[in-house]
Design a protein. Structure first.
Length: 260
């Protein structure tokens, strides 16, 4: 097993910039000092930077204010994504003081794709399949909203935009003609990484190996594309499962959301 520091270094060097290196033709990416700001015409914006921002105190407060003022002028909310090993360490505190709200702590875990591609035997009634169909995407997002216990319908537009992207693979788990779980793989082009995103399973279907099967399916797909590492931003529900599979916790991440 590769040690956490080596994995984190590879993540920072290769995959992290994918957070703001958008290939969406509607995205506008601006560099403001040490942070990248991504804005879209009709959805939540995004701000993030490298592990060491290199600004502190009043200069950091001014940087935060500029991002807030930019999105205020657009009338849009945005997320400022932070990581637990970043500096300055008081960035989260200053974001909260500026009116941002935490979107919850997650753990960044990384694993080697070849170690995660072990097939999982599912009950006969459960089937996995990949899709790029718009109706499937809407069904998957509705299922995710139910599984998470909150409305994530904003994902519909995002996934419809991504459905024909060759670096995005959407996988459904179905039973009785119903989507009971879904997830996606996003290959970070030009790196050894791919992200595992969106894993959600309806409460009554948990404990049947579906989550593990979705990880294995995506790992096999990633390997076929030359991917070495899989990265997950995991909630506390999924973190124990991933660690049992061999994923290594390397840092934490928290998004801070500002709403006009």
């Amino acid at each position: 097993m590769t040690d956490a520091s080596t994995l984190l270094r590879a993540y920072d060097d290769q995959a992290r910039s994918a957070e703001w290196a958008s290939r969406d033709p509607e995205a506008t990416v601006d560099l403001d000092g040490p942070v990248h700001r991504v804005s879209y015409p009709n959805r939540r914006g995004f701000v993030a930077g490298s592990p060491a921002l290199g600004v502190t105190g009043r200069e950091l407060d001014d940087l935060i204010t500029r991002q807030r003022d930019f999105f205020q002028a657009l009338g849009q909310e945005f997320e400022w994504k932070t990581w637990g090993h970043d500096t300055p360490a008081d960035l989260p505190e200053r974001l909260v003081e500026a009116g941002f709200e935490s979107d919850g702590l997650e753990t960044v875990l990384i694993g080697r794709a070849e170690e995660m591609a072990t097939p999982v035997r599912l009950d006969r009634e459960i089937t996995l399949r990949e899709t790029r169909d718009a109706a499937d995407i809407r069904s998957a997002v509705a299922s995710s909203s139910e599984a998470f216990g909150k409305d994530v319908s904003f994902l519909v537009d995002y996934l419809l935009e991504k459905k024909d992207d060759p670096d995005t693979v959407i996988v459904l788990a179905e039973a009785g003609g119903r989507v009971v779980s879904s997830a996606r793989l996003e290959v970070v082009r030009g790196t050894e990484f791919a992200g595992l995103w969106g894993g959600s399973t309806l409460a009554e279907w948990r404990g049947k190996g579906i989550y593990r099967a979705l990880v294995a399916h995506r790992a096999e797909t990633a390997l076929a594309r030359g991917v070495k590492y899989l990265q997950v931003d995991a909630t506390e529900d999924s973190r124990p499962i991933l660690e049992r599979l061999g994923f290594v916790a390397v840092t934490t991440t928290t998004g801070y959301v500002w709403t006009p």
